[in-house]
Design a protein around this ligand. Structure first.
Ligand code: NAD
Length: 492
């Protein structure tokens, strides 16, 4: 079996501030979750360094906002190209620290590049408008202006793409950024620093500060030099950050947790459903905010779907993402395995049935210290079980029976979350009607990966505030100013 190597690192495991690496005393260890091996140690940015990063970004931003939209766009598009050119090294690094299979990491690099490309094009379309005034001789100019410096906080499940979505939108809008990656996956963010410079991003405009969430987040939330805070993370962290930002009344954009329903309508093609569900739940081993958490299936079809899922799961390979032909990697750490395991154990004790699991990783002694969790199908799950009520960050497919479609929709909406959802069926009119009735930011109809750079993605209810992608993603980093002015008069 071929195992890919970690690439030679072209960056230092240090905070990246004002275009150079900053040594420090406090370090933390980054491990490969498939093997438990240490990759390197990274220096944490302390509060003083974060403040310095914010101030440096402010200086760089004052020059950047004066560049033309086309110039900014060209820099972003060059970054998209660089990500594509370096995709193999980036994907190997991403897999080594995050665990997802190499092919999925390649997909993430391309997905990240698509945001630099999209916002590189969008930067020239940040239009204002001229509004007729109710009084004669005057007019209103509504002009979008860059908000200033943005504090960007990202999670470990898509550590490159989540950063790319925010950095690209902020730069396109004419903002500077201070980016705090998750402590479990800081390397891919640090790897981006020199690439941004190569693409033409001026020194200081994007500062990358690994560190503790509470410390870095606290400074970003309180420092007057930060205009916008954008977090992708758990709902709990969203709440904490919003409270920390409240005294300064800072604008927040929050992409938080989900508990996505997946409604299988009675006429759905069960082979297609099983194939897509398996791919969705093996994708990053189910550690995805938009993964399907509750599969509502008609009672008559539950066992037929369970059998198809079991067959597909049995054929999958769970192992080291750096090896060839792997369908699912490890979970991020052993604590995550214990948390998902507890949800499954509780569900089984409450009457759910384990239909299938895949423990193919057990046969590889090199993975003994890895944090693997067996992809599992559970039938007979009820709404009151914790596995159906909480966000499950693991490869568990819980099947919940329904007998009436309107009841399935009501139960799908019975959650404080509203991020993603899925509807599968052959009657597209019924699919559309059900999709519209679901309270969620996005619905995939017969599609398991609806997210793209072209569309705004964001949650409702406790899944978030604001959007990423689309033209709306850029607007998160723009303030509107209205100038009420006399109309120029043509001299007779
Ligand atoms: P997390 O909330 O623990 O951490 C996210 C980031 O916030 C990390 O960088 C962390 O260091 C930082 N952080 C932690 N405490 C903080 C604080 N008090 N102030 C400021 N920053 C703080 O989330 P995670 O475990 O890294 O990621 C998984 C979660 O992210 C899941 O709930 C998932 O649904 C969510 N997520 C949402 C989306 C989306 O687009 N809606 C995408 C991916 C992940």
């Amino acid at each position: 079996m071929t195992i890919r190597r970690l690439p030679d690192l072209w960056f230092e495991p240090l905070p990246w501030i004002d275009g150079r690496w900053h040594p420090g005393d406090e370090r933390f260890t980054v491990r490969n979750p498939a093997t438990g091996e240490q990759i390197t140690e990274v220096v944490r940015a302390d509060a003083a360094l974060v403040a310095r990063a914010i101030e440096g970004a402010g200086v760089a931003q004052r020059a950047w906002r004066e560049t033309s939209a086309v110039e900014r766009g060209n820099v972003l598009k060059r970054m998209a190209t660089l990500l594509e050119v370096r995709r193999d090294e980036l994907a190997r690094l991403l897999t080594a620290e995050q665990g997802k299979p190499y092919a999925q990491s390649l997909g993430e690099v391309q997905y990240a590049a698509s945001f630099f490309q999209w916002f590189g094009e969008e930067s020239r379309r940040v239009y204002g408008r001229l509004v007729p005034h109710p009084e004669s001789g005057r007019e209103f100019i509504v002009q979008p202006k860059p908000a200033g410096v943005a504090g960007l906080i990202t999670p470990w499940n898509f550590p490159l793409a989540q950063g790319a979505k925010k950095v690209a939108a902020a730069l396109a809008a004419g903002c500077g950024c201070v980016w705090k990656p998750a402590e479990l996956t800081p390397l891919i963010a640090l790897a981006v620093g020199p690439l941004l410079r190569e693409a033409g991003v001026p020194s200081g405009l994007v500062q990358i500060v690994p560190g503790r969430g509470t410390v870095v987040g606290g400074v970003l939330a309180q420092h007057p030099g930060v205009a916008v805070l954008s977090l992708t993370g758990s709902t709990e962290t969203g709440r904490t950050l919003m409270a920390a930002a409240a005294p300064g009344l800072k604008r927040v954009s929050l992409e938080l947790g989900g508990n996505a329903p997946f409604i299988v309508l009675p006429d759905a093609d069960l082979d297609l459903v099983a194939e897509h569900l398996t791919r969705l739940k093996l994708f990053v081993s189910g550690q995805v905010c938009v993964t399907a958490n509750r599969v509502f299936v008609h009672a008559d079809a539950e066992m037929a779907l369970a059998e198809r899922l079991a067959a597909l799961l049995a054929a999958a390979r769970v192992g080291d993402g750096l090896a060839d032909g792997i369908d699912a990697g490890p979970l991020i750490h052993h604590r995550a395995c214990a948390e998902v395991g507890a949800l499954v154990t509780e569900a089984l004790a409450a009457g759910a049935v384990k239909v299938a699991e895949n423990r193919s990783f057990d046969s590889d002694p090199a993975l003994r210290a890895g944090s693997f969790f067996a992809p599992t199908v559970l039938a007979g799950v009820r709404d009151d079980m914790r596995v159906a009520r909480e966000e499950v960050f693991g490869p568990v497919i819980p099947l919940l029976r329904y007998s009436r479609v309107d009841d399935a929709v009501r139960r799908a909406n019975d959650t404080p979350y509203g991020l993603a959802s899925y509807v599968y069926g052959r009657d597209l009119a019924q699919c559309r009607a059900v999709a519209s009735a679901i309270d969620a930011g996005i619905v995939g109809v017969n599609e398991w990966r609806p997210l793209k750079a072209e569309i705004p993605f964001g949650g409702v209810k406790q899944s978030g505030i604001g959007a990423e992608g689309g033209e709306e993603g850029l607007r998160e980093f723009v303030h509107l100013q209205v100038i009420s002015t006399p109309r120029p008069v043509v001299v007779p």
